[in-house]
Every structure is written in C-alpha cells, then in structure tokens.
Design a protein around this ligand. Sequence first.
Ligand code: GLA
Length: 374
Amino acid sequence: MREIEKKAAGAFEEEFGETPALVASAPGRVNLIGEHTDYNGGFVLPCAIGYRIATAVGRAPDGEGKLFSADFAEGVPLGERADGSWADYPRGVVWAMGQNGAEVTAFRAAFAGDVPLGSGLSSSAAIEAATALALDTLFGLDLSKKDLAILCQKAENDFVGVPTGIMDQYASLLCAAGSALLIDCRSLEAEIVPLDLDEAGLSLLVCDTRVERGLADTGYEDRRKTCESAARALGVRELRDAEEEDLNRLEGDELRRARHIVRENTRVLEAVRALRESDFSAFGRLMYDSHLSMRDDFEISTPELDAFVESAREDGALGARLTGAGFGGCAIALVAEGEADTLVRDTRRRFEEEDFKEPTFYRLQPAAGAEVVS
Ligand code: GLA
C-alpha cells in the first residue's frame, strides 16, 4: 500500500473502530495536450500523476452511513443532499450510481489525499474515481472503469453542478503507469500511448502558479457556450466536426474559440504520432503551439502561466503549455532531465520580479490510474 492508502485505512480504523472492507485510490492528472476539446467531442491526451486520493470503505447499518476526511479531520453523515462541501463528491457518486439503477446501501468511508487542491490537477476527479471504484467493489456492481468514469462525470455535472467534460474522470480511472491516454471524447475509445520519460532523459515539470481557479467560475462555462453557439452557426453537431475551411464562416469570439478547438484536435493527433515515433522535439513544438492558441484564441491564459511558458522557451525546454481549464492553476514543461532545476530557478526569479505569488513545482512521471489495493 502507498502511504496515502495506509493513512486512509488508519483513519477508518480510528474513526469507525473496525477494519475497512477494502481500500481504493485514484490519481489526479495533467493534460499533455488537447484542452477544452473534451466537451466538443474531440481528443485529449492526459496522464495520471503520482498524487492520489485514497478511500477506505466498509458497509454500515441503514441510516448510519458516514464520510470522514482525514485531511480536514471532519466526519459528516453520508446524506443525500449537496451542501457545498468536499463530501458532495462522494455523495454525488452515490447519487449517480442510484440514477443508474445500482444498489448502493449505507457505507462508511475515510478519505486521505495528497493531490493539491484548487490547482487544476483534478483532485475532484480523484475523489470521485476513488469512491466509485471502492463502491463498485464493495457492492459487487461489476461496472467497467469506463462506466464508472461516466458516472463520475454525471456526479460532477448534475450533483456538484460543475459543467466539465469527461477528461479528468476518464484519466483518473483509466490511465496506466508510464503512459499517456489518448481519449476520443465522442466514442469514448481510449488508447494507451507509451511515454517513458526516463528512457528519453526527459522530465515533466509542473509549475503551479498558485492562482486559484474554480471551474464553477464563469470563464469555463462561457467558453463552453461559445463553442456550442459556433457549432450551431456552422450547422455541425459539435466543433469536433468542423474543419479549417469552415472557420471562414465565423467571426469574433466564435471564430477564435472554434479555431482553437479545430486546430487543437489536429495537434493532439499529431502529438500522439510524435510520441509513437519518440520525436519529443515535434511533441514539444505542438505544446508551444497549443499554449499560444490558448493564450490568443481561447483566451484562458494568465500572465503567470505565460511567464512560465516564456521562461521554458528561453531555457530551451522542448515544449511548455498551460494545462487544464486555464484561468490560473498549472502549466507544464517538457525538459531535459538536467535542465529542470535551471527552469525552476529562472521561473522563481521571474515571478519575484513580476510580483507574482511564489510558484510551486512538481516533477512528474506518468502514474497508475485508479486501483483497489486491498
Ligand atoms: C477541466 C475540465 C475538463 C476539461 C479541461 C479543459 O479540467 O474538468 O473536462 O474541459 O478543464 O481541457
């Protein structure tokens, strides 16, 4: 068991005075390329990160279900109503399972996690995925990881009330260690793409700008609505179906947002080709192009995210881009192993000069998706 899983199991024993029936955990994610394409029926290429949320669970008598967070040292009744707290994620999963006709009776669960919160590394998908996998096993539901991901998205959209696409939940459940995951967000086919950074002598450096963003903020929903109206204007089902020539028929915001989506989908497929050929230089160029497109066309970058990407370019990183929803949160860079420290140092200096908050850095290896561990 990983430390975080032991912590969840220990918290369960302490809080509920018995051993848990099982422990499951699920990771956060970074997206390598393919941003805001998921809710347009397009392509994304995330990988799981080494930070996870673990849950230890066991059945409970009717009416005595309870959720306990070891990190917040807080226990709450399982309940059926959302109250705006962390507990809404597991509650939402239970609700979505019920909607799907699954028999989920009362249970107790203890949670522990080390996915940074509010940084855009998908702590919410991690808690949903860990809960879904744990309950699937506890109640013998026998749902596939793909079905669990769809349920988790439903929990997030319709119970928590945040209109995200499918990427984060899918990544948390289906990613594999040492790989990225190409997801076709329309067909929901997913394909493992090997990504052995060690062998290539590369590091994936994450810069958390510590500009907190919430997906409930209006920017995300605005972008989503403009994409939908651009698709309507073009007479296509989703922007996934639009092509470069179609863009001539749009203008203003609809043009810029649609141009990002159309080109970003192409970039994801080119990026997968580059990875399969171990052409990391080509992959990196696509990352830079993606960032510019998000900065200028989709307009979801911030001065902090741009500053990190600029530093990466100056320091000779192969590629860099903001990752996730944007409007704050994290950016990533693909750098030669020996160069990561220099980029960290130069970014820190730049942020200080610009009077930005002090950034936090993580070095990542593509990690395993959700697992039942005991
Ligand atoms: C958030 C959402 C995802 C996706 C990304 C942007 O992470 O949860 O569904 O839309 O933003 O690519």
